[in-house]
Design a protein around this ligand. Sequence first.
Ligand code: GDP
Length: 440
Amino acid sequence: GGVKSLKIPDAPLPKSKNVDVLKEFEKSKSKKNASFVVVGHVDAGKSTLMGRLLLDLNVVDQRTIQKYRKEAESIGKSSFALAWVLDQRSEERSRGVTIDIATNKFETENTSFTILDAPGHRDFIPNMIAGASQADFAILVVDATTGAFEAGLKGQTREHSLLLRSMGVSRVIVAVNKLDTVGWSQERFNEISQQVSGFLSGTGFQLKNVSFVPVSGLHGDNIVKRSTDPASSWYDGRTLVEELENSEPMARALNKPLRLTVSEVYRTTQSPVTVSGRIDAGSLQVGDALIIQPSGEKAYVKSLELDHEPVDWAVAGQNIIIHLSNIDPIHVRVGDIVCDTRQPIGCIDTFTVKVLAFDILMPMQVDVHRGRLHAAGQIVEISALLDKTRGTVIKKKPKIVKPASVARVVVKMATKVPLEAGQRVVLRCGGETVAAGLLE
Ligand code: GDP
């Protein structure tokens, strides 16, 4: 196998319409775009919940669900049918059957939502980091079943919450799930809400940005449709979808230089090099010249697609497909950054980062994750221990950093990677997250 180098002939340059993109965007009054990640302990019911959401919003049709139900029943696991909605799609994606970033999209009256990163991946945390780095908010799923909630809080719920916070996500909708298993006990819901509130505020979340919804993903209560179970009549708050609609996307950096992290690279009839990804900052239009980092190669925007439709331009916050011209596929990889030609991101091998330590830090080998990119590096120096709230230096050059402390560390990469100040990175070691923070 391997990608064969294609010599790209000097194709005619695409014609730019010279659109004033920001003005057009103002005028277009298009729907709000919002992206979110779904996190929580394994078996909390994340896949089932998302399957239910897509089913009840009519994104997936009854026939598909019936098919999954039959298959699931045939292996004696009828409850798996809903979870398969997402899993099936991601499997298709990984086989390359449908390469389509819009698969996990759905719309409500005012908002077009993207579910970033399908839950249930084997290698969940790196995917979650990629998702959380682009998320406007998160759904944290907790299992209300007696015992399961407590196990979850000690388990992945903690790591996931810390990661969300470190990646800059501030809005969390907590789906208190499987309430059917505890007879829709209001007491249980309140007890869990209180514990999760305490825990999240300890992690640095502001409680005004956290809300709780009692749900059953399996039976479809309070997801899109209000629960009709009489035992749940004590709840008159929002459904999960109403909470989603009530969440403001983060401010988009429309005026900044273009940055798009490539999430998929493939070949289409339009172009031998088509990429998809979310625009993290800036805007672009057909005909624009681009630089792909780290290769530093130039390419042109031949055409653009948004939600299966060709478009002339796109802005930060949108998930798009770019058909490129005048570039060889060997220069473009998943995790690369697409930039404008005037202010491309630089490639560096040493950087300083202000991190929250999840574990003990010392000079050590680490895997550096930034969005989808991850590469080998090394903590070469701990410059200072910092005050958690003020960020002032408490101690210079400490030998180690204890968990839950904030520190400034210097990281050296094995090779140059596209990174810049203001980006958030996660440091992992032996499959565990050891620290996360902001590049200075
Ligand atoms: P994930 O690992 O978080 O994606 O969890 P899954 O969605 O695969 O669900 C794990 C198990 O919990 C499956 O057997 C589901 O059928 C079950 N489950 C999920 N949601 C509910 C619920 O609301 N009520 C009940 N009783 N079971 C549920």
